[in-house]
Design a protein around this ligand. Structure first.
Ligand SMILES: CC(C)(COP(=O)(O)OP(=O)(O)OC[C@H]1O[C@@H](n2cnc3c(N)ncnc32)[C@H](O)[C@@H]1OP(=O)(O)O)[C@@H](O)C(=O)NCCC(=O)NCCS
Length: 167
């Protein structure tokens, strides 16, 4: 186990990472393929988790993925991700994706999601990570809400493990 230190949320955050949509990003419905957006979020959330923990991290779960509006050809996607809270070895990272019309500057909120990553030691065992210190009012709100979501995740996990034991 590493020493339990702390790091500010801003130290690992990714702010409006730019991805220009090209024709090969589209689905049959001619909107941007959602799986590509999810994969990019997972990859960027990993960077946030590894910056914060300074360890190799894996995705443990993803919850509340909401596609709020479609992204279209020629949009520019803006990915923002930051650590909401850390506990023992796990961290919740919030993701927000916006689509920008780069000619007009107009933006639309495309996706929100929460990723849980777990930091691993050299033996692939979960290892403690630094505490996350929220700075802004927004970061403090996300920090509080993350605890509520964690309670739900742990409850569901326990119920599923119990159900698997019975079968
Ligand atoms: C994630 C993983 C390392 C957890 O291992 P484990 O032996 O279950 O570990 P533990 O029960 O000790 O839990 C470790 C932490 O993970 C959290 N966790 C485990 N499963 C979780 C889940 N489904 N959702 C959210 N958190 C989870 C626990 O709450 C705990 O957090 P804490 O240390 O902050 O309290 C393991 O399940 C794993 O390797 N999964 C596969 C990961 C993977 O391949 N991802 C895709 C490629 S990156």
């Amino acid at each position: 186990m590493s020493d339990k230190t702390s790091k500010p949320v801003s130290a690992s955050a990714i702010e409006k990472h730019v991805y220009k949509v090209f024709p090969n990003d589209m689905n049959a419905h001619n909107t941007v393929f959602g799986g590509m957006i999810m994969a990019k979020c997972d990859r960027l959330a990993l960077v946030v988790a590894e910056r914060h923990s300074a360890h190799v991290c894996v995705t443990a779960s993803v919850d509340s993925i909401h596609f709020r509006a479609p992204a279209k050809g020629n949009d520019t996607l803006l990915f923002s991700l930051s650590l909401n809270r850390s506990w023992g070895s796990s961290m919740e990272i919030g993701a927000k994706v916006e689509a920008e019309n780069s000619y007009t500057g107009e933006t639309r909120h495309i996706l929100s999601a929460f990723f849980t990553f777990v930091a691993l030691d050299e033996n692939d065992r979960p290892v403690d990570v630094p505490e996350a210190i929220p700075g802004t009012e927004e970061q403090k709100r996300r920090y509080e809400n993350a605890e509520i979501r964690r309670e739900g995740r742990l409850k569901t996990r326990k119920q599923l493990l119990r159900a698997a034991d019975k079968s």
